[in-house]
Design a protein around this ligand. Structure first.
Ligand code: PBG
Length: 333
């Protein structure tokens, strides 16, 4: 054949392929999500092999391991004891609560590691929703935002670098920005869950924290989060959320879940000049682990391919439970 263009010329050797490779993965792309509880030992999580509910000291050790692998940011999620859960989730702004204590301890031992937090009521609410549930079973917006502001300030006071509102209440980014600034935390950033979908992929996470919506005899509790998280059918609406979060002062924009939403990552990348993060969520992690355990897929290859594809889609940062494994594999080359 007389072909002018033969794309295979640039695929012929490893050196040529490396020269024209458009995207690379690095450990600094990863944000490592970690669960922490009050217990003295580290507990495995059934649907998330390799992830654990860490004790405070276990957490300190795991963060040290992540640092040594080149990871520079972790995000913390609390497993709150049932006895501390209330309708208003007030434990979320307790300055001596689990998360503020974990942040302070980590900052003592690993001061250079960036710490991101999650802002939402679900781990602290006996109803298992990200916001306050009214007697009529409505998740209240503005009343919730007032509590989230107190939660964000408590986290900033403990030393958080990035506040991550995952609640999807309207106007929360602007309100949190104002509350942080008022308290002298203008240097603390906001990584907003900008396009967070009402997804079934969060199942293992809710198991890890025992934070799923809970039925209750006193009031009707919505069984899902679809009155505040986005409809998986909607793409344009993610652009609206992007415009709102930018105008309210978000520093980093996040899409969640990640894998089934690569088109949303791509659209945000076109829309915004700000850094974009993708959340490779618990259900995505569980699927890879389950198939790998059965020997049906090559865990290392599938994981590194998946993470790389987030970058190709336009993400600068990836929240992933695979962070330490992936960083170790990248180091091996
Ligand atoms: C809490 C929150 C959730 C996740 C992160 N923050 C669960 C939810 O919204 O129900 C999910 C993360 C994951 O599945 O890995 N608002």
């Amino acid at each position: 054949m007389e072909l002018t263009y033969r794309p295979r010329r640039l695929r012929r050797t490893p050196a040529l392929r490396a020269m024209v490779r458009e995207h690379q993965l690095a450990p600094t792309d990863f944000i490592y999500p970690l669960f922490v509880h009050e217990g003295a030992s580290n507990e495995p999580i059934g649907a998330m092999p390799g992830a654990k509910r860490w004790s405070l000291e276990g957490l300190v050790e795991e963060v040290g391991r992540a640092w040594d692998l080149g990871i520079r940011c972790v995000v913390l999620f609390p497993k709150v004891a049932d006895g501390l859960k209330t309708e208003d989730g007030a434990e979320c702004f307790n300055e001596h609560g689990l998360i503020p204590r974990a942040i302070r301890r980590l900052k003592q031992v690993h001061p250079a590691m960036a710490i991101m937090t999650d802002v939402a009521l679900d781990p602290y609410s006996c109803d298992g929703h990200d916001g306050l549930v009214s007697a009529a079973g409505v998740v209240l917006n503005d009343e919730t935002v007032a509590i989230l502001c107190r939660q964000a300030v408590a986290q900033a006071r403990a030393g958080a670098d990035l506040i991550g509102p995952s609640d999807m209440m309207d106007g929360r980014v602007g309100a949190i920005r104002e509350a942080l600034d008022e308290q002298g935390f203008e240097h603390v950033g906001i990584i907003s869950y900008t396009a967070k979908y009402a997804s079934a992929y969060y199942g293992p996470f809710r198991e890890a924290l025992d934070s799923a919506p809970r039925a209750n005899a006193d009031k009707p509790i919505p069984s899902d989060k679809s009155t505040y998280q986005m409809d998986p059918a909607n793409g344009r609406e993610a652009i609206l959320e992007t415009q709102l979060d930018e105008s309210e002062g978000a520093d980093i924009l996040m899409v969640k879940p990640g894998l089934a939403y690569l088109d949303i990552i791509y659209r945000l990348r076109q829309e915004s000049e700000q850094p974009i993060a993708a959340y490779n969520v618990s259900g995505e992690y569980a699927m890879v682990k389950a198939a790998a355990e059965r020997g049906w897929i090559d865990e290392r290859a599938v994981t590194l391919e998946t993470l790389l594809c987030f970058k190709r889609a336009g993400a600068d940062l990836i929240l992933t439970y695979h962070a330490c494994d992936a960083a170790a594999w990248l180091r091996q080359g």
